[in-house]
Write a protein of this length. Structure first.
Length: 389
């Protein structure tokens, strides 16, 4: 219902530019949804290499980020200034300010709340950064699409600042109307363009955000903020939150623990959509799910030595593959197959009652074995293990 109200309101309040948009001279909006919920709405404007971006995030509270900046001619960031505030409190109630400046190929990013500022430097040029405006990160494709390579198959390589380090960021033109854009941490967004090269939509399913975006005309962003605040007041508990949780047990002296983040169904179609078939899945949310063992375990007779591992799966309609990866402490989209230690087929079955929040379980069976399972929505995947071969 909220999504319908937002879209109807935006159609009434939008300001449509009289001039046809051109590359490097355009304005428009992008609306991101997660299932039936609108999660963020943003206006973007690009004049030459100068840009403006205003993003209204809906969850857990209405939060506004405003950026102005300048790109280098290749789309990397030269200068950025901006701030973030909570409009329900006060228009001047700023959460933090941020500033970026590139000097001789070194990027300086300053963040602060007016009382304490932190300046960090990175010896690279960049295209995106997590510490520049909250959800503004996922709105940058609307601007960066205009710097994409012209030739199909070509790529532009830059950097993404995340976890206080520079990760590789890529923009690749895969067809006349499609780009791949992202990094190993944020995941790869598919950006769809019209015949004139303008943004039409963004598919972020399978990324760290699992959202979809639709482009539209430039909006009356003050009205968007007002509508969002009213909805927040009427529905104060609506929030997109992945709950960090753990489960542990001891079987035959072997201490076993799984630490994971629990996403919710939220009226979405999970398997086949939010979790695409035949692709690596973090099997949780946020950081990769981690299992720790004090002693070895055996899955289908195959040894998993004592230690800590990240857990991934490859769900398919006909069965799943469970993967234990030696990189235990990584973000959930950073799977590197070179570190896969053990792959085993696992069973799946349909549940009588759907599970709203993804749930891991370790169930002892006798004195020498157990079952590791994960349940979400209408499916449960499970595998038997033993503490001895």
């Amino acid at each position: 219902m909220y999504r319908k109200i937002i879209f109807m309101g935006l159609l009434l309040l939008s300001e449509i530019s009289a001039n046809a948009q051109k590359l490097h001279n355009l304005r428009g909006s992008l609306i991101y949804t997660l299932g039936p919920d609108t999660t963020a709405i943003g206006d973007f404007e690009l004049k030459g290499n100068e840009f403006k971006l205003t993003v209204v995030s809906m969850s857990p509270y209405v939060n506004v980020s405003k950026l102005t900046g300048v790109f280098f001619s290749d789309g990397q960031l030269k200068r950025v200034e901006g701030n973030n505030y909570l409009p329900a409190r006060d228009k001047d109630s700023r959460v933090y300010n941020y500033r970026l400046n590139n000097d001789q190929d070194t990027t300086f990013i300053e963040t602060g709340n007016g009382k304490r500022n932190i300046i960090r430097k990175y010896p690279v040029k960049i295209m995106v950064a997590n510490n520049l405006g909250g959800d503004a990160l996922v709105f940058m494709p609307a601007l960066l699409a205009n710097f994409a390579p012209e030739k199909i198959g070509d790529s532009i390589i830059s950097s993404h600042i995340v976890f206080n380090s520079a990760r590789k960021f890529i923009i690749k033109k895969t067809s006349s109307s499609k780009l791949l854009m992202g990094s190993a941490v944020m995941g790869m967004f598919t950006v769809f363009l019209d015949q004139n090269g303008r943004l039409q939509s963004v598919d972020g399913i399978g990324t760290s955000f699992n959202i979809k975006g639709t482009a539209g005309p430039y909006l009356n962003i003050d009205s968007v903020i007002a509508i969002s605040i009213r909805h927040q007041q009427q529905h104060p508990k609506l929030a997109v939150i992945n709950k960090l949780d753990s489960v542990k047990t001891t079987i035959n002296g072997n201490h076993i623990k799984v630490v994971y983040s629990r996403p919710s169904v939220r009226n979405r179609v999970i398997f086949g959509e939010v979790v695409p078939w035949n692709r690596i899945w973090r099997t949780g949310a946020d950081a990769a799910t981690k299992i720790s063992l004090s002693d070895p375990l055996y899955f289908n007779g195959k040894l998993l030595p004592a230690g800590s591992y990240s857990i991934f799966t490859i769900p398919t309609p006909d069965g799943w593959t469970l993967i234990f990866n030696q990189q235990a402490n990584i973000w959930g989209t950073e799977h590197n197959a070179a570190y896969d230690l053990l792959k085993i087929p696992i069973q799946t079955r349909y549940l009588d009652q759907p599970t709203e929040m993804l749930t891991f379980a370790i169930i002892p069976t006798g004195t020498n074995g157990g079952i590791l399972s994960v349940s979400w929505d209408k499916l449960k995947a499970l595998v038997n293990f033993t503490t001895a071969p």
